[in-house]
Write a protein that binds this ligand. Structure first.
Ligand SMILES: Nc1nc(=O)c2c([nH]1)NC[C@@H]1CN(c3ccc(C(=O)N[C@@H](CCC(=O)O)C(=O)O)cc3)C=[N+]21
Length: 281
């Protein structure tokens, strides 16, 4: 039976360190500040935004929330981003995705100052990561790397298989694993014989967004399984991208959903905001 990697516990430990860092900075007269911008009424997004606000509050980080109506124009959103870029109280800016169709997402992400880009989605920060000189690293993949580190998983020379090639998780986590000398394979919907590719993996990182797509018999005996999926099935139930029960029979360690990668995502957002404030000090 696999060891359960307790994301909540790791997140709690790191949040304690972040709170201490925040207090230290406050003594120098700087309060880290995060601006979160939500456009529209998507109920899931609202939940995430309030979780971020609560987490900031607990860590002593100033948080400023902007809730804009679903019909907000691109120009109005760009004007708000510009205002936040120039606001000295704000060290991190996050524009919650997805954005409504009248707004060009790339344009907005590129308008955020790369020095306040707490999500790490600006092409400047994407480039910094891919040349091995990261400034802001995207929160979910960063959280995955911290979990592996906390579990004592050494990636040097290991086979990592990433399932999913999104800009938010798949691509950046592949870069991060490469930086730690893993042999990285990135799979996607066109990958042939996906099950066989996954069977090679010492570490599987599933980030496709399809409930329980990764089957237990795809997992090599003793592999580490990181499940980034957060799929709502039915009214309330949350499941990952991995068939957890079956995969646990073969893996040496596995992240649950919920309580795995999710809590780490918000933790790394707090961390990025703190680091950004430190850089201004
Ligand atoms: N610009 C931007 N940055 C984001 O980081 C971003 C975003 N847009 N849009 C939406 C997604 C989603 N996201 C999550 C954060 C925490 C949990 C989390 O803590 N989940 C808990 C469960 C929460 C529940 O029960 O719903 C868990 O997995 O244990 C999940 C998902 C950040 N996102």
């Amino acid at each position: 039976m696999a060891k359960v990697i307790d994301g909540k516990a790791i997140a709690a430990k790191i949040r304690t360190e972040i709170s201490a860092g925040v207090q230290e900075l406050k003594q120098k007269g700087i309060t880290p500040g995060l601006a979160v911008v939500l456009v529209g009424e998507d109920p899931a997004s609202r939940v995430y935004v309030s979780m971020k606000e609560k987490a900031c509050h607990e860590a002593g980080i100033f948080s400023d929330e902007y809730k804009l109506s679903a019909d907000t124009s691109e120009a109005d959103l760009l004007a708000l981003v510009d205002k936040l870029n120039n606001d000295p109280k704000i060290h991190g800016i996050l524009v919650q995705l997805p954005l409504p169709p009248q707004i060009d997402t790339e344009k907005v992400l590129e308008a955020i100052s790369p020095l306040k880009d707490a999500d790490g989605f600006h092409p400047y920060n994407v480039g910094r990561l891919s040349v091995g000189k990261p400034l802001f690293q995207p929160c979910t993949p960063y959280g995955v790397m911290i979990m592996l580190q906390e579990e004592g998983v050494d990636l040097n020379g290991k086979e990592v298989v990433v399932i999913g090639r999104s800009n938010i998780v798949g691509k950046p986590v592949a870069m991060m694993c490469l930086a730690q000398n893993a042999t990285v394979t990135v799979c996607h919907s066109r990958t042939r014989d996906l099950a066989d590719v996954v069977r090679r993996a010492d570490v599987v990182i599933a980030a496709v967004g399809r409930p329980e797509m990764v089957k237990g018999d795809w997992i090599k005996e003793g592999a580490v399984v990181i499940d980034v999926g957060v799929n709502r099935v039915g009214e309330k139930k949350l499941v990952g991208d991995v068939d957890y029960a079956a995969a646990s029979e073969r893996a040496s360690a596995i992240t649950p959903v919920p309580g795995g990668v999710g809590p780490m995502t918000i933790t790394m957002l707090l961390y990025n905001t703190l680091e950004s404030a430190r850089r201004t000090a």
